[in-house]
Design a binder for this molecule. Structure first.
Ligand SMILES: Cc1ncc(COP(=O)(O)O)c(C=O)c1O
Length: 365
């Protein structure tokens, strides 16, 4: 049993996807045409912000958002080290230095209490990742960050559709900071048929800057007014696919939460299933904690069940980021989670029989 199987959704949606793509082909506009404009409007409305700007990937969204919120010479970005390294890669590409904040042992999300000791006048932005799909307490982060005048950027790559306070009138992931980055890579809860991303924001200045930076820094065609631009466009076909899929995500997220709840009910005391209760959690990944994750993975393999580790190497230990072969920082909680986390199969098209099989395998551990 795979951890994810995109072919199942594609088989169910095949005709609708063909129809959406055919409409683009018939029109003959392939980048920055009407689908893209409509997608930006749909996304802004769905997230509840004034602006959404399509880009080519989640990493580009993080990089361009970081470039857009930076208004002075401050050049340090603070983020967590357990979220796959994407914010670190983006910050480094933007020419910024990265400093790490430890995480909460219960949720594995950025710990606002630790953040206070990491901030100083060099920090231009804090990236808060809604890891595994769980909506972070961005208000608590903002309260700590505010006195320093730094920006707060949400990484919503794993949290499309997470909403606090009910789908109507609630507050969505992507509307809580100065800007937010989304990824629409194929395995995400809202996935394209290839790569894609977006920045959402209520700030007109940030939206305008990202809009210029995603297309060479152009203020108008062939006139470069912003340095640090690139080609980062979301094409018409992906925009059409994302528009079709966007309304389907809420039901998919509910099914993902159901999967995780069933794992939680079946797991023995030695396996802690990180809960995903209610719409605040997009349930992107079904993550468990165990003393020896490798042993649990081997046990599941004997049941024919695949698993994966998100993520095996914390950012401050990534070989490319080490200074003189070792990390100068210590992050006790982040480091304590290495070797303990494991992601189980979790996608909306899992069958009841498959979920039951994972439950029986967990119970037998
Ligand atoms: C938390 C997080 N941030 C950022 C990204 C980067 O997105 P992309 O692969 O679209 O560049 C991903 C996924 O890949 C992610 O899981």
């Amino acid at each position: 049993m795979p951890i994810n199987d995109l072919a199942r959704a594609l088989a169910l949606q095949r005709e609708d996807l063909h129809r959406a793509i055919d409409a683009v082909l018939a029109r003959g506009r392939l980048v920055h045409g009407p689908e893209h404009a409509a997608f930006e409007r749909d996304l802004a409305a769905c997230v509840g912000v004034a602006h959404a700007v399509g880009v080519a990937s989640g990493t580009d969204a993080l990089e361009l958002a970081l470039r857009a919120v930076r208004t002075d010479g401050r050049d340090v970005v603070v983020t967590v080290a357990n979220a796959g390294g994407y914010a670190s890669v983006a910050a480094r590409r933007a020419g910024l230095r990265v400093r790490y904040c430890d995480v909460d042992p219960g949720t594995h999300l950025l710990d606002p209490a630790h953040l206070a000791g990491v901030l100083d006048a060099e920090v231009c932005a804090v990236v808060v990742t809604h890891l595994y799909g769980r909506l972070a307490d961005v208000a608590a982060v903002r309260a700590v960050v505010e006195p320093w005048g730094a920006a707060v950027i949400e990484d919503c790559a794993q949290a499309f559709g997470a909403v606090r306070g009910g789908a109507r009138g609630g507050v969505h992931a992507g509307s809580l900071g100065d800007a937010a980055a989304f990824s629409f890579s194929p395995t995400k809860n809202l996935g394209a048929l290839g790569d894609g991303g977006a920045v959402t924001t209520d700030r007109a200045d940030v939206a305008a800057r990202v809009t210029r930076l995603r297309q060479y820094g152009w203020g108008e065609k062939y006139r470069i007014v912003d340095d640090g631009g690139r080609n980062s466009r979301l094409d018409e076909i992906q925009a059409a696919v994302l528009r079709y899929r966007m309304p389907l995500v809420a039901a998919g997220n509910a099914r993902r939460r159901e999967v995780i709840a069933r794992y939680a009910a079946a797991a023995p005391a030695s396996v802690r299933v990180l809960d995903a209760v209610g719409p605040e959690h997009a349930a992107h990944l079904a993550v468990v904690e165990a003393d020896d994750a490798a042993r649990l993975a081997a046990h599941l393999r004997t049941w024919g069940i695949m698993s994966e580790v998100h993520y095996p190497v914390p950012d401050h230990h990534q070989p490319a980021f080490l200074t003189e072969g070792r990390s100068p920082v210590s992050l006790p909680v982040t480091e304590s989670l290495v070797g303990r986390v494991l992601s189980l199969p979790c996608f909306p098209e899992l069958t009841d029989a498959e979920i039951e099989r994972v439950c029986r395998a967990l119970a037998a551990y």
